[in-house]
Design a protein around this ligand. Sequence first.
Ligand code: PMV
Length: 343
Amino acid sequence: MTRKVTYRCPSNIALVKYWGKKEDGIQIPANASISWSLSDLFAETSVEATESREPELTFLYDNSPKTSFEPKIKDFLSRIAPYSDFVATHSIKLNTVNNFPHGTGIASSAAGFGALALCIADLEGLFQYNTLEFYQRASFFARLGSGSACRSVYAEPAIWGHHDAVGNSSDLYAVPYTGLIHSNLQDWKDCVLIVDDGEKKVSSTAGHALLKNHPYAASRFQQAQKNIENVLQFMQRGDIISFIELVESEALQLHAMMMSSIPYFTLIRPGTLAIIEEIWTFRNDTGLPLGFTLDAGANVHILFPESIETEAMNFINTKLLVYCKNGLYLCSSTGGQPTKIVE
Ligand code: PMV
């Protein structure tokens, strides 16, 4: 018997960063992280599963074979096999596509593994679609593909990693934050300014591993745990100024950890710093609530509430385009649930 499902899953951007893993277990974060999903930057993935005693994998990117991706997917399937009989009993034909261009330096793994995990959780049929258990199962699978991907399956801010102040939090999957969020911190936008579109010089996997003997690791992990508590308070109170300060500090800490790893490295580029300076000047001059965060790369995520969209876009288009590779930036709303595509 053959069954097919298709899911669309957003990418996400961390507000408090995951950087460093615990030593035991697979993809167990050293600290809790929290993210917003980016509903306009997504992957759409179909999985066609056929019962088989000798399971095979066919991987297509936008309907064309892409063998270079196959080892990653095979690895992922072997990681989830101990938890799900589905993998050992089905051949899988997978077709995936991102709605954002390749080679923009935007990590596609969060959206891609999120969408694939949703397909598998659906086909496996253990939990009913659209229930919390279903999303937690998908999040658990996604984590085994790429840690940060486990946060992509929720519309609400997603928290991954055990934290005493977040009752149901877990190292094994992300949970949605369903508490109060002040209207000041709802409906924010993220415009990703593409500073560098090349392959990263140091992969996230290698970067995480460098935390193992990092001189500042222990205090960074403590700081992140504290920042989770703080950011939740700022969201509840609608304290935009403190929120922006915390989120920018998290981004700079992430890159400071890279620059103080042994061996050290950096992923930021001159354009990254120039944009950050421009943002601080803009905020000083206008008093408008616009801030930034960074992923593991040179690109700058500009965050602002929808209410100042006109001013923010004007700022980006007049002051920041010059730092963007080929003038490229990609904007998204934050929040937004993954969707099951019914054909
Ligand atoms: O999920 P990974 O292993 O690609 O790690 C990503 C880590 C950061 O993007 C830098 C931060 C985060 O929490 O998303």
